[in-house]
Design a binder for this molecule. Structure first.
Ligand SMILES: N[C@H](CCC[C@H](N)C(=O)O)C(=O)O
Length: 275
């Protein structure tokens, strides 16, 4: 399934055991030797909430939250009749997320998510910066100075502003991802401000490289831009794969966007046993 081009393999972990090793995940995520995706997301039962979501990046590392992923997760459980509800509370490693499915004639049209409260606290990112917050601070990365704002959406993000988005992201993305300033690595967003209502971005994701879109990243971009006085409380964030509507209300960030099923099938474990 894909959410504005950010595609994951969704596996039902309610009716079967799921292999969640880095070797297996990186292999099935490989776009030549596997199915091909930005990673894997597992649907699991939750003791106290509707479901539990676990998400893994393409390299097999486990992320705490995935914005595009949780929209597709909600569509998956609705379409597979694991629930009849159109309001869900989904447990993640970044806390419980409230999700509203917008359904017309039995088809999920879009999904709105309460992505929770953003945090600028460097201890929450985590980020080894000398101040308690990193807001528009100069960082030297790979001989260049980038003015950076670090935001946690339950997972780590660093946001920097550029004049144009046509650059070799593969040259600079890994320099942020591996930078010792971020002990748990970081998702990096490069942002062009089109207007106070519209932001354009590219993302180098921790554990997946450049993706077509990053939901938590779009929320981090909105909040970083808001605290830097570059946008209002409602923005459209344009990513390579599409547009997400983000709004900031009562201290919470809300994201709304599409979710689509690309293909369904059965993974033959034998094909991946000796990966
Ligand atoms: N790479 C991220 C997880 C996926 C986030 C992104 N795909 C989204 O839609 O939020 C991390 O390790 O924190």
């Amino acid at each position: 399934m894909e959410g504005i081009g950010n595609d994951y393999i969704y596996v039902d972990g309610i009716h079967q055991d799921v292999i969640m090793t880095p070797a297996f995940i990186s292999r099935i995520s490989d776009r030549h030797f596997g199915i091909g995706s930005d990673g894997m997301i597992v649907i699991l039962p939750s003791q106290n909430y509707d479901f539990l979501m676990r998400m893994f990046n393409r390299d097999g590392s486990e992320g705490k939250m995935c914005g595009n992923g949780i929209r597709c997760f909600a569509k998956f459980v609705y379409d597979h009749h694991l629930t009849e509800k159109t309001y869900l509370e989904i447990e993640t490693l970044a806390g419980v997320k409230r999700v509203w499915l917008k359904v017309e004639n039995g088809t999920v049209q879009s999904v709105r998510v309460d992505m929770g409260k953003p945090s600028l606290d460097v201890k929450m990112i985590p980020c080894l910066f000398e101040k308690t917050e990193m807001i528009n601070e100069p960082l030297q990365i790979n001989q260049n100075i980038y003015y950076c704002t670090a935001v946690s959406m339950g997972n780590p993000h660093v946001v920097t502003y550029v004049d144009q988005l046509d650059f070799a992201i593969e040259d600079i993305g890994p320099c942020f991802e591996k930078n010792q300033m971020f002990p748990e690595s970081v998702n990096t967003e490069f942002v062009q401000v089109v207007s106070p209502e519209r932001l354009k971005m590219r993302v180098w994701e921790r554990g997946s490289g450049e993706t077509m879109a990053c939901g938590t990243g779009a929320c981090a971009v909105m909040y970083a831009s808001y605290v830097n006085g570059l946008c209002g409380r409602q923005v459209d964030v344009e990513l390579l794969g599409g547009v997400l509507h983000i709004d900031y209300e009562d201290g919470h960030i809300f994201m709304e966007g599409p979710a689509r099923t690309v293909f369904e099938g059965i993974i033959n474990e034998e094909d991946f046993k000796n990966v």
